[in-house]
Design a binder for this molecule. Structure first.
Ligand code: ADP
Length: 252
């Protein structure tokens, strides 16, 4: 038992594909309510890291402990993807998967925890508590004025925000988000940074991203991955000034 447990505690996590170490003794700790940016060149192991946390890939060795809202600890290496999601780890892939023929509100309704069918959602069978929750999510993702808009009519950035709202419907404690700023306009990118700062007041976030302006706007601790392990960790300014980081990014 630990008094102030990390939301995520990873230690010595390794994964090999045909003898190639995609993760090589990766260790990382995410504190409650922390936002962390993860950067690193292509092939550094960022996707594989998300895969082992979310139960998509089982590590060969290492420990991954998640502490849920009730302060119970779970060894994530024992669970599959659906179970990890149910424990409170939400993952957002790069490509939005909203249902374009439904409204913003209907997409959010379908995402609510507790397994709702599309028909229940379309009939708007909502308790007052759930309706309030959806309104809170709409405010969080700044789409309250698009509530009745078909998701298909949203901009790329708005679809990404809606999908983040759909993750919130699952009441995750830890959110893993893959390249949120990809394909966004500068204005959408900065709005996304503001959204993430709001999210970080209630959730822990791990954000994989290449866009340095976006990471700067997040103003959070940065972890640099290289060859499957942590090369550097600290503020963006600190890691940018690290000679090993400079070599990895520029020296080849
Ligand atoms: P990143 O997301 O940082 O670009 P990845 O985690 O996708 O890095 O990949 C890390 C390394 O592992 C790469 O060299 C990649 O080719 C390899 N890799 C990832 N997934 C697989 C797989 N399923 N089979 C074989 N090799 C893989």
């Amino acid at each position: 038992h630990i008094d102030n447990p990390a939301v995520l505690y990873m230690d010595g996590v390794s994964v090999s594909f045909d003898g190639f170490k995609a993760l090589n003794s990766l260790s990382m700790v995410i504190a409650p309510g922390e936002m962390r940016a993860i950067i690193g060149p292509n092939g550094a192991g960022k996707t594989t890291m998300m895969d082992v946390i979310t139960g998509k890939t089982r590590p060969d060795t290492g420990t991954i402990i998640f502490t849920d809202n009730a302060n119970s600890q779970h060894d994530l290496t024992r669970f599959d993807e659906a179970d990890v999601a149910n424990l409170g780890v939400g993952r957002k892939f790069q490509k939005p998967s909203v249902i374009e023929s439904l409204t913003v509100f209907e997409n959010l309704e379908m995402s609510l925890k507790g397994g709702r069918s599309i028909w229940q959602a379309l009939l708007h069978k909502l308790t007052a508590e759930k309706a309030q929750k959806l309104d809170d999510i709409l405010d969080m993702i700044d789409l309250a004025d698009k509530r009745e808009e078909l998701a298909g009519n949203l901009s790329h950035g708005q679809k990404q925000w809606l999908e983040i709202g759909m993750l919130l419907g699952q009441e995750p404690q830890l959110l893993l988000i893959d390249e949120p700023a990809a394909g966004m306009t500068d204005e959408e990118t900065m709005k996304t940074a503001e959204l993430f700062k709001r999210l970080a007041q209630k959730h822990s976030l791990m954000v994989v991203e290449h866009d340095m302006d976006f990471i700067e706007a997040l103003d959070c601790k940065v972890t640099v991955l290289h060859e499957g392990h942590v090369l550097a960790e600290g503020s963006l300014a600190t890691v940018k000034a690290n000679p090993q980081v400079i070599e990895v990014y520029l020296g080849r």
